[in-house]
Design a protein around this ligand. Sequence first.
Ligand code: BGP
Length: 476
Amino acid sequence: MYYKENPVFPEGFMWGASSAAWQVEGGVSEGGRTPAIIDLNSKKKKPYADNSIAADHYHHYKEDVALMAECGFSSYRFSLSWSRIIPNADGRVNPEGIAFYNDLIDELVKNKIEPIVTLYHYDMPVWVDEKFGGWRNRGIIDVFDEYVRVCFENFGDRVKYWLSINEQNMQIVYGHWLGVSKGCEDWEKDKWSVNHIMNLCHAKAVIACHEMVDGGKIGPVPGYVPIYPETCNPLDQIAAMNAEELTEKIWNDLYVHREYNGFVKKFWKDNDIDPGIQEGDMELIRKAKIDFFALNCYRSNVGKDAPPDSGFRELALNKSGIKGEFVYPNYPGQYALAANPYVETTDWDWEIDPVAMRYMLRYVWDHYQLPMMITENGYGAHESVDADGKVHDPKRIEFLREQIYQVGLAISDGCEVIGYNPWSFTDLLSTGNGMAKRYGLVYVNTTDEEVLDLRRIRKDSFYWYSELIKSNGSNW
Ligand code: BGP
């Protein structure tokens, strides 16, 4: 990459990293926590993703926050486990769960690290699933509202940045993969009523945050994958736009304009879909004015025309970490995705495309003019401790350097970006690949096959990132 200008990051820019409760905490049966659906799923996927210990952050949080402080963090994005806070259908608040998060937040505040808190990150409590079928039933709206209000009431004095639902768009697009489709008879149709219920939960969280948290700000967390047209064939451009609508824009438009956009309304009509909108729903959504976008961005995609008579091909993610397994989908009449010959890929076939970061920031800024923070971005890799007892991760350093540079360019393009929190601080469980796919700046000594001593080892990227933070992003 050719560096022609030195990006300048604003004063007070939040530098940190990111995690999610079920991927980092462990301690799943401790402190009064009850199971989440993802615990059960992760047991089935063994040996890939047993989250009962994960990175054992539940017992190591003080050490982890001390390492963040040593690295120079000014922010840390993490999520709360709903079933740690409200473990059962009786709605009783679990004092031990509240105490754990209070201690974590206090530790962060003591170290001048701004907590950025996600209310929901893939870990549906079993009790909510049993009572309401997860997101499928409108009954969840009230219990979600009760849960978020407990969070605002207990943590809102110290937590000012709140995130509603992690990657709602990805949960709908990859419903089978992320378990949201469980129990649905016809997911392709049902996904839109599930999505509507999620929108109502998101709206309730936004409204409650503004009501209850003095100075509180809240935003959604879309998973964002910029989509380029494969060629300048106008049909490829339209296909790329269709892909963008059906995987991200429908959601982002709703969050900002608080109305379903014309594209999705036509899509519902053409496909005979009833999203289950009831009286009063849109009034509620219209009240939920977000303050910023939190954006997760790892890679980019290529869209191309998929003629109506072309064959259907389902997307298949690479779950092995051996290059070449990813299957690009073909949705006749909508769009197809394709490989990008201009970019490298990770072992999981994820495109390594720093320019996508600038593209995304420009795109979201141009469309919505809201402040943005990066809440996920990172390089997943097979890693182990070297003979010298250290973990050398030059490719992660290169990845982060290029990505941060593009954040800087987007800022100089005029975008308002307030923070960068890559995935992840310590190694933690990958959504589908356990400890085999590591993202951390800090190595956690354990494997999927065997629980080791869980020792924290600073990777080379930790030292590099620390220097970068000290220079507020100018030391390359
Ligand atoms: C995001 C999720 C994270 C995280 C990340 C990396 O979509 O919000 O929870 O897992 O992706 O994905 P993976 O772990 O599958 O590599």
